[in-house]
Design a protein around this ligand. Structure first.
Ligand SMILES: Nc1nc2c(c(=O)[nH]1)N[C@H]1C(S)=C(S)[C@@H](COP(=O)(O)O)O[C@H]1N2
Ligand SMILES: [Mo]
Length: 303
């Protein structure tokens, strides 16, 4: 058996048989296998919620990726300079198999199922993006999460010679994000590898970025190079920049306003002259799936 990455794992370590076959069955039940299947994202959305995808043009030209500048069009203009191959993801902290995992090897040799997820992404504006990717839980399982782990911390590549925005101190680089472990293991939390059936464009976080559909867009960290399992809530870039405005959780919540603007409605990107405002849904429409994660918490305090 060839090495799947620089650690010494057997096939059995990578994909427990039961898990693999359950996933197959699940996919078959959804009417297809692999990329032909529409993932949990659709089934999960509240009925009647809008799922018409945005265009390739919308998704790849109106971006946030501050390593390339703070303007919405800066990423499309400058992210082309980022070298994305080879690409390694270091997984460390409270894991059984810490190490440097090669992205191409992960994708070509691992038995991780890629699926299509048509998620809404929301901030003051919203888009519907057809991602492909796999559950973050599958990647974490490769490294073997230890029982003391409570949080997952993520870091983006920091390569100033290819990232003109990092010459400015708008954020504390590298870009950092974090999730509680139960959020990270939720099946709606994915590592995206592509959009519209194509590999991720650099401006959208090539080759591998997080997508957490019930949280505000900035939680979905791009171009991930490091994942650390910890027992402490990790520092996150936006919280470090402005703790009053950006909390650790950042769940989409129309009842908790950002200090400088209402979050009760969002402007849908695209549609030319007729850009519509629509009410923002609790947990971005994924309330049935994720509300239980926050039982007993005061979400106006833990925002
Ligand atoms: N590394 C990194 N990841 C990032 C950002 C960033 O500036 N740097 N911006 C975040 C913000 S604010 C948003 S809204 C989403 C935007 O993702 P998109 O451009 O693919 O729509 O990426 C998030 N991930
Ligand atoms: Mo954002």
């Amino acid at each position: 058996m060839a090495h799947r990455w620089q650690n010494d794992l057997t096939d059995r370590d990578v994909t427990p048989e039961g898990v693999f076959w359950n996933r197959r069955r699940l996919l078959a039940g959804l009417g297809g296998v692999g990329l032909g299947a529409i993932g949990a994202g659709n089934a999960a959305l509240a009925e009647g919620a809008e799922l018409e995808p945005n265009t390739w043009e919308d998704v790849t030209s109106y971006c946030n990726f501050y390593e390339f500048g703070t303007g919405k069009t800066d990423p499309a203009t400058y992210a082309g300079q980022m070298t994305t191959s080879p690409w390694q993801v270091e997984i460390d902290g409270l894991v059984d198999r810490p190490g440097v995992y090669d992205f191409d090897q992960i994708m070509s040799e691992m038995s991780i199922e890629e699926r299509i997820y048509r998620f809404r992404c929301v901030e003051a504006w919203s888009m519907v993006v057809p991602w492909q990717g796999f559950e973050l839980a599958d990647l974490l399982a490769l490294a073997g999460v230890q029982s003391e782990a409570r949080y997952v911390a993520f870091e983006t590549l920091l390569r100033p010679e290819e990232m003109p925005g990092t010459r400015y101190g708008v954020l504390d680089w590298p870009y950092r994000e974090g999730l509680r472990l139960d959020e990270a293991l939720h099946p709606l939390t994915i590592m995206a590898t592509g959009i519209f059936g194509k590999p991720l464009p650099n401006q959208n976080g090539a080759p591998l970025r997080l997508v957490v559909p019930w949280k505000y867009g900035f939680k979905s960290i791009k171009s991930v190079v490091k994942i650390t399992l910890t027992d402490q809530e990790p520092a996150t870039s936006w919280n470090m920049a402005n703790a009053r405005e950006y909390g650790f959780y950042s769940n989409v919540n129309p009842e908790v306003d950002h200090p400088r603007w209402s979050q009760a409605s969002e402007r849908r990107i695209g549609g030319g002259l007729f850009t519509r405002r629509q009410p923002t849904l609790m947990f971005n429409g994924y309330e049935a799936e994720v509300a239980a994660l926050y039982d007993g918490m005061d979400l106006s305090k833990d925002f």
